[in-house]
Design a protein around this ligand. Structure first.
Ligand code: COA
Length: 261
């Protein structure tokens, strides 16, 4: 990874830990951070040594406190659409990333930060995490997919209330409404996220990729189309070495050694 100013990538075995590091601005997403995130996920996508990604924010106080308000303040109607589309594109690439992406959310995940977490496949929060979509207080709406993804995740009723009030939601409440799947002590966040990542990435990479594909395609399709797509992927997996290895290993009472083929 070359020429990165605000995003760090570290490796922990087969997991890539991607850290947004712009601490003086609470890791707010300016155009450079968005572009670097796009670059990093594009490179990790084709790296066969990476089987999963943890996405987190540097420092104790914030995952990401939103899009950079200083930058947004200068936009006009045309650049506003552009800013929104560029962010949406990067966040969609994260959602469609072919390997599991876990958001490890410590501190504030507001506005674009909340939307970024929503684009990840799994969200784990620290006990000091706070989520919210405060955009309407700035005279705008969430523009990186938040008006679409939040309702799909937690239901329209709660999503509408959170979007219109701009209220913050603390970690425990976020877990209760399904915005995150687990809450852990702040000091243990990264270790717990990695532990979860390792529990997932020991499974067959092709199966993981196709499970994600089927789930997201299914969420966008009528039931009959989703089921047809699921069957196709199910059949396709029967042609993989990973399926043979997984089933042989079970029958031979040993751990599988998946190659991702
Ligand atoms: N964009 C740009 N800068 C931001 C930012 C954002 N979204 N969020 C925080 N910052 C900056 C602050 O301007 C401040 O910079 P400064 O020290 O140069 O003045 C620095 O980060 C620290 O933030 P500060 O507000 O002093 O910390 P706090 O603890 O009092 O409050 C927040 C923390 C997150 C509650 C508060 O910063 C906030 O509400 N941020 C904006 C959240 C938001 O509306 N996001 C959606 C944007 S679309």
């Amino acid at each position: 990874m070359t020429d990165l100013n605000f995003v760090r990538v570290e490796w922990d075995g087969e997991l890539a830990v991607v850290t947004i590091d712009r601490q003086d601005k609470m890791n707010a997403l300016n155009a450079e951070v968005i572009a670097e995130l796009g670059q990093v996920f594009a490179e990790l996508r084709s790296d066969d040594d990476v089987r999963g990604v943890i996405l987190t924010g540097a420092g104790e106080r914030a995952f990401v406190a939103g899009a950079d308000i200083g930058e947004l303040a200068t936009m006009d109607a045309v650049t506003g659409v552009q800013v929104s589309r560029e962010g949406q594109e990067v966040f969609l690439a994260i959602e469609r990333f072919p390997k599991p992406v876990i958001a490890a959310v410590g501190g504030y995940a507001l506005g674009g930060g909340c939307e970024l977490a929503l684009a990840c496949h799994i969200r784990m929060a620290s006990d000091n995490a706070r989520f919210g979509l405060p955009e309407v207080g700035l005279g705008i709406i969430p523009g990186y997919g938040g008006t679409i993804r939040l309702g799909r995740l937690i239901g329209l009723g709660r999503a509408i209330e959170l979007t219109l009030t701009g209220d913050h939601v603390a970690a425990e409440r976020a877990a209760t409404i399904g915005l995150v799947t687990s809450v852990v002590p702040r000091g243990e966040l990264l270790d717990k996220a990695k532990e979860l990542g390792r529990r997932i990435t020991r499974h067959g990479p092709v199966a993981l990729r196709m499970a994600l594909e089927s789930i997201y395609r299914g969420a966008d399709s009528p039931m009959a189309d989703g089921l047809t797509f699921e069957s196709s992927l199910f059949g396709l997996l029967a042609s993989t070495d990973d399926m043979k290895e997984g089933m042989t290993a079970f029958l031979e009472k040993r751990s599988p050694d998946f190659k991702g083929r």
